[in-house]
Design a binder for this molecule. Structure first.
Ligand code: GLU
Length: 261
């Protein structure tokens, strides 16, 4: 069997917390136990939120925890051309279409119902636009993002997302298309990530099917919660690895606390 390839793929929108540490340690342990390898990917396509200082902090915190990964680290913002190419292929097969509605316009025309992220389902205004008009509007810089033509190309598991937006303007915030493209390009065989992302997995499966990409195995682990049972957020200071480190907590303490001791 081919060597298993795991990856940890944080977004540099804040400092890593205990939940990230759990995910990274779990991927590292599974890679070690199976004779596989661990890759690191920085998911910084959301240019409104990603910051280079968080990327540096991620590398530093992971090394402090005692983790290592195979080089090179893939930094998504250096690979927009790969995501553009995937979008072009999907558009050529009419599996996606450009959407020119602002967020507000999309919400105003929305049919009843919400997607798993709680956003209103898209009403489909731009679905039937001719390719010529769409191209003209794109050239004029009007495109807001790219949506899946779900009724024609979707499958029942992904249909809960409606005509989901898989990439936003200039491929910034292109989480769905970027994650699927990169897992394939990096040869990832096992995706191990938090349950918060599980609802997006059928959408990733759909994009893999449309693009003819191999589907990795998926496992979605439980989320680490704070003492009050709340999900940790990037701003949750007390569980940030930086803060714990400043407070004198050691990597061994963290491993023990997360069940890797
Ligand atoms: N970049 C995503 C995050 O930090 C994770 C993506 C994934 O593991 O597929 O939430």
């Amino acid at each position: 069997m081919a060597r298993p390839v795991y990856r940890f793929a944080p977004s540099p929108n804040g400092f890593l917390h205990l939940g990230h540490a759990y995910s990274a340690l779990l991927n590292a342990r599974l890679a070690a136990e199976t004779g596989g390898c661990l890759l690191l990917r920085i998911e910084d396509t959301d240019e409104s939120r990603a910051r280079p200082e968080f990327t540096s902090a991620i590398l530093d915190d992971l090394a402090w925890l005692g983790l290592s990964w195979e080089e090179p680290v893939r930094v998504q913002s250096a690979h927009f051309a790969d995501y553009e190419a995937a979008l072009a292929r999907l558009w050529a097969m009419e599996a996606i279409y450009p959407c020119f509605c602002s967020r507000k316009q999309a919400q105003q025309q929305a049919p009843a119902g919400r997607d798993p992220d709680g956003q209103p389902l898209y009403g489909g205004t731009c679905r039937g636009l001719s390719a010529d008009i769409a191209r003209e509007q794109i050239a004029g810089g009007a495109v807001h993002g790219w949506r899946v033509a779900m009724a024609a190309f979707g499958d029942p598991a992904a249909a809960v997302w409606g005509d989901a937006m898989i990439a936003k303007r200039k491929v910034g915030s292109s989480y769905h298309i970027a994650v699927v493209t990169d897992d394939a390009l990096q040869g990832v065989t096992h995706v191990v990530r938090g349950k918060d992302i599980e609802p997006a997995t059928p959408l990733h499966g759909l994009l893999q099917r449309l693009l003819g990409l191999p589907a990795p195995h998926y496992h979605h682990h439980e989320l680490i919660r704070d003492a009050a049972g709340q999900k940790l957020s990037k701003s949750s200071g007390s569980t940030a690895l930086r803060q714990l480190r400043a407070d004198g907590v050691t990597p061994a303490d963290i491993r023990r606390r997360l069940g890797f001791g």
